[in-house]
Ligand binder design. Structure first.
Ligand SMILES: [Zn+2]
Length: 71
């Protein structure tokens, strides 16, 4: 399981980005919110969507995990 965070500040397109705890693009502590530890990024996204209308995967950390799951 990995710990996931969401960027509390939305991006230019209005979406909130989800990151893993070890992502280099993880926002600072003021701008992020812990959403929990999940087995997959999909579960983290589902959880984030309960509170945030528009949720995106970080293209850096979420993508690498999806690739790892396929391999
Ligand atoms: Zn990230």
């Amino acid at each position: 399981m990995k710990s996931y965070y969401i960027n509390h500040q939305n991006q230019k397109d209005g979406a909130h980005e989800v990151h893993t705890a070890d992502c280099p693009f993880l926002p600072g502590s003021i701008d992020r919110r812990y959403i929990g530890a999940y087995k997959s990024v999909d579960m983290a996204l589902d959880s984030a969507r309960v509170e945030y209308m528009d949720v995106n995967c970080c293209s850096y950390c979420c993508k690498s995990e999806a690739d790892a799951a396929i391999a």
